[in-house]
Structures are given as structure tokens and as C-alpha cells.
Design a protein around this ligand. Structure first.
Ligand code: ADP
Ligand code: MG
Length: 328
């Protein structure tokens, strides 16, 4: 299914996304606090001629964690090695990655909260002492072998920092949290990316995309590409507000920027649970959607917009959400 808020999972989109990734810190718009922290860490590392401290980037998908990690590696003049946490199945696989790093390289572990615990454990000494402790043999003959590593920087990315184990969390020098982008900031990103896509956008269409992109640059890019296709096919030279509205309608994105799954969550809460309170388990079962996905991808924005409220007894639908459902 063409999920609007899901991660960039298919090959074509990853390629297109690569084309729109900011290439310099100047092109990286917004998240000022995160960037300010990173700038100091990068500069300090350069002055010390040492590896930058380990940093944890957390926040919902599509807000620029991977892009920022790439910029950091670039600024450090280091190579970035990207791995996905849950995809590393054996300790040996991670050990191989770690022993192949060159001095001051960046290791980017995406979805680090989903790493297997046995694999995660070898990170503790690797992060703290640049050393691998590997257990060889079993039972009474078991012994630990130590391998020295070259200094490196671990950048962890997570959509749920709360799910990180304490030992892992404690080994990051900085924890930086990404927030949804205000529409004005998204509008700047959209304007820059329209240029990269050789598009003409009217001012009001730019703001309409920004307003409906769920505070997320990745979604803004997706809408932008659809608008481009739509205007191209219509043989128009400039995308007007009406074109944007048509594209959004085709994508099933509503006035509040919610997509069909967002609305389904709200509808299920209203119809099956009379607006709540409802627990995440029950909601996930009724929706037939993975609990983690609801919590990491959908719910944060619905909470942020005040459409869902959290209470000790579970989630409840806000009055605004009820009004929104009735208005459609
Ligand atoms: N701060 C930003 N400035 C400009 N573009 C951004 C920014 N953050 C994200 N993007 C755009 O959104 C896309 C997705 O960002 P990405 O870094 O892959 O997000 P994440 O890793 O957090 O899921 C990027 O390809 C880029 O085009
Ligand atoms: Mg990413």
C-alpha cells in the first residue's frame, strides 16, 4: 500500500530521496537546537583531531535524522557506515563492521532501539573504550578475548528513545530530539526542493503543501513529487493551488494533513470505543496494525495535534477529532 507516513522503504523512493537530501548544513533547514549542538560537537572533534562523541538522534520518521548523520560525517571528513539495527543478526556481523572502521569514521545505526540485545551488548565496550570483548568457547573453558578498535563515532537513530536499554542510552554523550517542523520551515524546504525538481510553485501552493505535510519533510517531498507529476501531465508550467489540492485529494490527505490510516485510527476509536479510553493493545488488534507502528509513526502526530489525548486509562479522542470526523 502507498503509505504516506511510512519510512522510505522502496528502492525508487530511496533513490529519489537521495536526490533531495541536503548536501550542506546550509541546506539543512530547521531543527536549530539539534544543529547547534551538533555544530559544537563537530568543531570540537576537529580541533581535538579526535572522533566526535557518540550521539543519539531521536524523533519520528522522515524528520531528517539520516540526512543529519550524513552531513556530520561530511563535516568531519569521515566516511559514514550505515547499518540498520534490527538487520544485524549476529554479534560477529557487528564486530566485522566495527573492526573495518577507519580512524574517526561514523557508524550510523538506524532503528537502534530494535537491535537484538546480544548484539547490542558488544557495543558497550566498543563505545566506551573502543574495545571489543568477545567471549570464546563455552562453560569452564570460556574466556574473553579483547580486540582494540580505532576511535569512531556512533550515531544512533531511533523513533522511540524510551525503548533503549539504560546501558546503551548512558553511553551516548548527547541525546538530541527532533520535533515536527512548523509549516513556515517546511515551506522553505519545499521551495528549495521545488528548484531541485525544476518545478514552478505558486506561493499559495507551497504553503498548502507545507500545511498538509504532517510537519514532516519526507512527506512534503512525496507531495511535491506528486504535484510535479500532476502538473507535468496537465501540461502546465506552474503548479497552482488547485493542482496541489487535486494531488492531495488523490493521495487521500485531508485538510489537517491526515492520511487514511490516521483517520482510520480516529474512526475506530470513535466507533468501537465511543471515543475511549482505549488501550494501545486493543486499538492495535482492532486496526490490525502493529502496535509499535501505531506508537512510533501515527500516534505522535495525532497527540501533537491534540486529536488524541493520553490519560492514565488509555487514549481518548479529543473534541476536535470528533468534529473533524463529523465534518468529512
Ligand atoms: N532539515 C532538513 N532540511 C531539508 N530537507 C530535509 C530536512 N530533514 C529532512 N529533509 C528531507 O526529508 C528526507 C527524509 O529525511 P531523512 O533524513 O531520511 O529522515 P529520517 O532519517 O529522520 O527518517 C530527506 O531526503 C530530505 O530531502
Ligand atoms: Mg532515516
Amino acid at each position: 500500500m502507498d503509505r504516506v507516513v511510512s519510512g522510505a522503504t522502496d528502492h525508487t523512493e530511496r533513490e529519489q530521496e537521495a536526490g533531495l537530501r541536503p548536501k550542506t548544513f546550509d541546506e539543512y533547514v530547521g531543527q536549530e537546537k539539534v544543529v547547534a549542538n551538533i555544530s559544537v560537537m563537530v568543531e570540537s572533534a576537529k580541533i581535538r583531531h579526535a572522533a566526535m562523541d557518540h550521539v543519539l538522534l531521536s524523533g519520528p520518521p522522515g524528520l531528517g535524522k539520516t540526512s543529519l548523520a550524513m552531513l556530520i560525517a561530511g563535516a568531519l571528513g569521515s566516511e559514514m557506515h550505515l547499518v540498520s539495527g534490527p538487520a544485524i543478526e549476529k554479534k560477529g556481523d557487528l564486530a566485522a563492521v566495527l573492526t573495518n572502521l577507519k580512524p574517526n569514521d561514523v557508524l550510523f545505526i538506524d532503528e537502534i532501539h530494535r537491535m537484538h540485545i546480544a548484539v547490542e551488548e558488544i557495543l558497550y565496550s566498543a563505545m566506551e573504550d573502543f574495545r571489543l570483548d568477545i567471549l570464546i568457547g563455552q562453560g569452564a573453558s570460556a574466556r574473553t578475548m579483547q580486540i582494540d578498535l580505532l576511535p569512531f563515532t556512533l550515531i544512533g537513530a531511533t523513533t522511540r528513545s524510551g525503548l533503549l536499554s539504560n546501558p546503551l542510552r548512558d553511553r551516548f554523550m548527547a541525546h538530541l530530539t527532533f520535533d515536527y517542523y512548523p509549516a513556515e520551515t517546511l515551506a522553505k524546504i519545499i521551495a528549495a526542493n521545488a528548484v531541485k525538481l525544476s518545478m514552478n510553485l505558486s506561493a499559495d501552493s507551497k504553503f498548502e503543501i507545507a500545511r498538509r505535510a504532517r510537519g514532516t519533510p519526507r512527506i512534503a517531498n512525496r507531495i511535491l513529487r506528486r504535484v510535479r507529476d500532476y502538473t507535468l501531465v496537465a501540461r502546465k508550467t506552474t503548479a497552482e493551488l488547485a493542482d496541489v489540492q487535486k494531488a492531495l485529494q488523490l493521495m487521500d490527505i485531508d485538510e489537517l494533513g491526515l492520511d487514511s490510516m490516521d483517520r482510520k485510527i480516529l474512526q475506530v476509536m470513535k466507533q468501537y470505543y465511543s471515543g475511549g479510553p482505549v488501550g494501545i493493545e486493543a486499538l492495535s488488534a482492532t486496526l490490525g496494525e502493529d502496535k509499535q507502528t501505531i506508537e512510533e509513526v501515527y500516534e505522535p502526530y495525532l497527540l501533537k495535534q491534540g486529536l488524541i489525548l493520553r490519560t492514565p486509562r488509555g487514549r481518548v479522542l479529543s473534541e476536535e477529532a470528533t468534529r473533524h470526523l463529523e465534518s468529512r
